[in-house]
Design a binder for this molecule. Structure first.
Ligand code: ATP
Length: 369
């Protein structure tokens, strides 16, 4: 690597205009991004959007048609997998069936020169880290799915890679175990300070674990943000609908003064307001997006800059919260949630009840296509 490479970045991983096609279609199309040392970074998106191909180019199992892969500032685009400071944990876990748990974990270490004592110590430490010490002598077929997942993780971490790539690491686990393991993965990652790059199609999983998420669509990055920003300020309709539920309104710009934008909206049957620093001309059509939990039931006489009237048509009780659908006079349905702790103290809502709903201009966003 020349000096310019090293000087150009301190990022753990830098992708510069990476593309990869199979046949005549792009799996990954001109992706650039930086991932910092110690990040828990997720590649999120639906099946076929190119997540795995991107991960495999980081690992060195695929070579990009165009662009460069830099790791710790060094050009690794054409460096083979075993010479990269990177390890990968596969979705299938790929454990050796005839080897014990301890031997599976030790296997990766046998390729590196290391005294037997040091190797055994490392294996013991790794088993402690993922809490499988009592299972050391078992074979993979004597383990549960969750235990196998831990063995695979311990094996992938044993060589102390600077970067660990995980392809759907929790995909084989049931919902309950998956939720528990999400927290454990984050714990382990924080303790080690290793950069984790995870591929997942599960938005909740990505939201729970990641410092940042790259949401992918058709081989490109649609939006790259911290989970909270991606959720609260999705930039496009695609991003808004992929993550959680959201209410969308078709609207037209009436007037912008400063960052305050007034909108006409037939669907809402009211004027709406949003904040945006982007220049918006009167007459411009846009989509306004607001999350169900940002929509509040207004008390009688209470005013809000975004105020709509509707009638309750659906109620779903989920324990801690309830989800309501209110129908507006335009026929549009608006979803909102209410904490049941709060609702108990007040009046619970019932079917066919007329309600006035409102939300603040800074808790909704303007979407592009
Ligand atoms: P999934 O979640 O289903 O694994 P993904 O987002 O990881 O999907 P990729 O596996 O990266 O997507 O695939 C992206 C596109 O590239 C898909 O259209 C896929 O069919 C295609 N593709 C991937 N690998 C190959 C290959 N070796 N040969 C041909 N086409 C491929």
């Amino acid at each position: 690597p020349d000096a310019a490479d090293t000087a150009s970045t301190t990022a753990s991983v830098r992708l510069e205009g990476i593309s990869k096609s199979f046949g005549n279609s792009y799996a990954v199309n001109n992706v650039s991004l930086d991932i910092q040392q110690g990040e828990f970074f997720s590649l999120l998106g639906p099946s076929g959007c190119g997540k795995t191909t991107l991960l495999r180019m980081l690992a060195g199992f695929e070579t990009p048609d165009r662009g460069r892969v830099l790791i710790d500032g060094q050009d690794m685009t054409r460096v083979p997998p075993y010479e990269r400071p990177v390890n990968m944990m596969f979705q299938s876990y790929a454990l050796f069936p005839h080897m014990s748990v301890a031997d599976n974990i030790a296997f990766g270490l046998k390729q590196t020169p290391m005294a037997r004592g040091a190797r055994n110590l490392r294996v013991t430490q790794m088993m402690e880290l993922v809490q499988i010490s009592p299972l050391a002598k078992r074979k993979p077929h004597q383990l549960s799915g969750g235990q196998r997942q831990r063995v695979a993780l311990a094996r992938a971490l044993a060589r102390h890679p600077r970067i660990l790539l995980l392809d759907e690491p929790l995909g084989a686990l049931d919902k309950k175990l998956r939720e528990k393991t999400q927290f454990e993965l984050v714990n382990i990652q924080e303790r080690l300070g290793t950069t984790f790059i995870v591929v997942t199609h599960d938005q909740e999983e990505a939201m729970t674990m990641s410092s940042r998420i790259a949401l992918m669509r058709d081989g490109q990055i649609e939006q790259l943000d911290a989970p909270r920003r991606l959720y609260e300020f999705p930039a496009t309709r695609y991003a808004a609908s992929f993550i959680g539920s959201i209410n969308l309104f078709q609207a037209r710009v009436l007037q912008q003064s400063g960052d305050e934008v007034r909108l006409a909206c037939d669907q809402a049957g009211a004027e709406l307001q949003v904040r945006s620093s982007e220049k918006m001309l009167p007459g411009m059509a846009l989509t306004l997006a607001v999350r169900p939990e940002k929509v509040r039931l207004l008390a009688p006489g209470e005013q809000s800059p975004n105020q709509i009237r509707g009638r309750i048509k659906e109620i779903a009780y989920l324990g801690g919260v309830s989800i309501y659908h209110a129908e507006l006079s335009s026929g549009k349905r608006v979803q909102f949630t209410q904490s049941n702790v709060q609702a108990l103290a007040e009046q619970p809502l019932s079917w066919e009840q007329d309600v006035v709903l409102g939300w603040q201009p800074d808790s909704c966003s303007v979407l592009t296509e």
